[in-house]
Design a protein around this ligand. Sequence first.
Ligand code: ACO
Length: 317
Amino acid sequence: MKGLRLLATGGALPGRVVTNEDLRRQVDTSDEWITTRTGIRQRYYCTENEDAATLAITAARQAMARSGLTANDIACCIVATLSAPTATPSIACRVQAALGLPEDRPAFDVNAACSGFIYAAATAHGLLTTLDGQYALVIGCEALSRMMDPTDRTTCVLFGDGAGAAVFELAENVPFAITLGARGSEAIRAGGPAACDTAPITMDGKAVFRFAVETMPRCLQTVLDRSQKTLADLAWVVCHQANSRIIDHCIKHLHAEPSKFYKNMDRHGNTSAASIPIALHEMEESGLLRPGQTLACIGFGGGLTWGGMLLTYEGRK
Ligand code: ACO
């Protein structure tokens, strides 16, 4: 089976920084509670003129520029999000128009909440094979600040906005594995009976925590087994950045080296489908990703859903 290689990333953060101190003035909380329970210190919120689509377009432009490819090289554009400004046009179609991607290629959104980026990458992998294409543009983007009840301290401290984009190449003889799953449950809920209904995010935090600490190590082990790799072969494990304690549980459970697990929730909070590609982008920007490195990306979240992917970082063409 052919696998995906990561060629380049892009990222976009909205204009408003919201610190724990800012939230303390809004709800009955404290910096101490938020940092010790979650590891989050600040998050970014969209300003009036920003939304998940504007962030996606900026991140996608950057990823394309870094990839060394042209719009014509891209065989499909897939966006993972649960906070698109409109049900249609999809964010992927907005990206297609803004970047001038060819019209005879598919562009669509997928919603698998915080696992969305892995679902989107898996979809791109399948589509590249179906369409006989070589390169895919995959984006994760969210404007969760638009979906939160600002008076609910159990959720408003957790989430943030942002976007990350990745250009993948379908290649022969590369280490690659994907696992995906779902368990229908109302433990995390956002939006109402119609897609345009803006009922805010609610969450059974404890149930989600238990689900996450059981799912993450299992997903990681599955992609390692399927690609006949071990933890020692991985340069990085890039988990969904919901909560520092969830990642610490996973490290402990696997007796893993903590420095392999990238963390950035202190600066971004939980950005759902955007969290893994934002992390990949930061890592590329700061020189932590080197060509030939093997990475595992693990997502879990609303649905409930989960997804794991093992792949190599190649760098630009
Ligand atoms: N500030 C101060 N106190 C708070 C806050 C807050 N922001 N939020 C809750 N509390 C209080 C509670 O009311 C409770 O008080 P009580 O004991 O008097 O009832 C106390 O703090 C403890 O609350 P718990 O819910 O037990 O706190 P817990 O240690 O479980 O941490 C948390 C909560 C951080 C939400 C944790 O459960 C968690 O991280 N869950 C996973 C969330 C997640 O990963 N979601 C990802 C998917 S999201 C998606 O897909 C869209």
